[in-house]
Design a binder for this molecule. Structure first.
Ligand code: FES
Ligand SMILES: [Fe+2]
Length: 403
């Protein structure tokens, strides 16, 4: 429901409740209530009915037609508030205790998602934390997304905080230097005739595929060595956006892929029904034991030129009170593409077709931003993909993200 409709509903409710209260507080005996007062009471009831109807209609509209957005802050997933400390404090204590130590490279080479395309409008610039760096991601007047280091080489202002897009450049909010999205070179200094050659900021290779803006990282600065597979159905609009979730996991990025490829963990960790919720303290409780997920998976790497990919075939079934509902059996193909992307492809004779894009982007050495974005056949009711996204989020938030 739009904020206007919500405001109208709340206004109607307030007017109605005020009128009812006013009528109830009237000192005139009920038998002497005149016709005018009765009319006021009727109008009050009408306001309440209209207000409640608007609220219900808004809720139904959101449920049936709007994308589902489950964006959670760092401390909201995987941390337990105990011994009188808040979840936020638990998360901060964990960050302080964290040591990188002797581990594989914390930023493997590959493509990483930084933004959902609709979040960046033409002429807009956004600040993004990425691989321990700060980026300025902006959309030029040509409609292309560009990615530069956020900090200005002049005196260090953040280009994404108060900076503005001019043509296909971003202008520094401090002294107005303008940097080209194409190569990061300074094109104009408003108070100088000449621009020094060294006035440039780092440009990051980027692409926009499947309605995601992605950035390439290579430890030696090499240009992209493979490209992000495009889902034609998303590009041509057959599959539409039905929602996304975003949360953080405190772990090495490699842990996530290794955990996913470990077939046996599914049967142990993900058997608890989605009805158990995602609270790590409760999902093993007996209350919802009646619902169980069953998994069979098979994992295999791909050969050249796709040695950066692997495939997992997942057979999922659901039992309720020990009864197997074969109609709910599903086969999902999870294709890992490089360290930061997974395509969860759903192709079901009953529920239709779609994909969940799971993207893992390191924010700091041992901190990952994990997003799931679902695109689904436009003729399948939105409730179906929203249900899948919710179940996927419960499984990943509650189980794989536990610290
Ligand atoms: S700090 Fe950016 S132009 Fe001076
Ligand atoms: Fe898992």
């Amino acid at each position: 429901m739009s904020s206007m409709a919500a405001a109208a509903a709340v206004f109607c409710l307030c007017v109605g409740i005020t009128l009812i209260t006013h009528s109830a507080e009237s000192r005139i005996p009920l038998t002497q209530v005149d016709a005018g007062l009765r009319a006021v009471a009727q109008r009050a009831m009408l306001c309440v009915v209209v207000g409640v109807s608007l609220l219900v209609a808004g809720w139904l509209y959101r449920l049936l037609f709007c994308p589902l957005e489950l964006v959670r802050p760092l401390h909201d997933v995987g941390y337990v508030a105990e011994d009188g400390r808040s979840k936020a404090r638990a998360a901060n204590e964990m960050r302080r205790r964290r040591r990188v130590g002797d581990v594989p490279p914390v930023y493997p080479n590959g493509w990483y998602r930084v933004l959902h395309s609709p979040m960046l409008h033409r002429g807009e610039v956004k600040s993004v934390s990425f691989l321990g760096e700060q980026l300025a991601v902006f959309r030029g007047q040509d409609g292309k997304a560009y990615v530069l280091d956020a900090y200005c080489p002049h005196l260090g202002a953040n280009l994404a905080v108060g900076g503005r897009v001019v043509g296909n450049c971003v202008e520094c909010p401090f002294h107005g230097w303008q940097f080209r999205g194409d190569d990061g070179k300074c094109e104009k200094i408003p108070y100088a005739d000449k621009v020094p050659e060294i006035a440039k900021v780092r440009r990051w290779p980027s692409c926009e595929v499947n309605q995601q803006i992605l950035v390439w990282f290579h430890c030696d600065g090499a240009e992209p060595q493979w490209s992000v597979p495009e889902k034609q159905e998303i590009t041509n609009g057959q599959w539409v956006y039905r929602g996304r979730s975003e949360h953080f996991i405190s772990a090495h990025i490699e842990d996530l892929s290794e955990n996913a490829a470990d077939a046996s963990h599914l049967g142990h960790l993900h058997a608890a029904g989605f009805t158990s919720g995602s609270d790590p303290l409760h999902y093993n409780s007996q209350t919802w034991d009646c619902v169980q997920h069953n998994w069979k998976i098979q994992w295999e790497p791909e050969s050249e030129p796709n040695s950066h990919c692997s495939k997992m075939l997942i057979n999922h079934s659901l039992t309720v009170f020990g009864h197997h509902f074969s109609l709910l059996d599903m086969q999902v193909v999870a294709r890992q593409v490089g360290p930061g992307l997974v395509f969860l492809q759903i192709d079901d004779r009953f529920f239709g077709r779609g994909v969940i894009l799971q993207c893992v982007t390191p924010v700091e050495p041992l901190l990952q931003r994990v997003s799931h974005t679902i695109y689904y056949q436009s003729n399948v009711p939105a409730l179906v993909p929203k249900f899948f996204l919710t179940v996927e989020s419960i499984q990943v938030h509650g189980f794989d993200s536990h610290q």
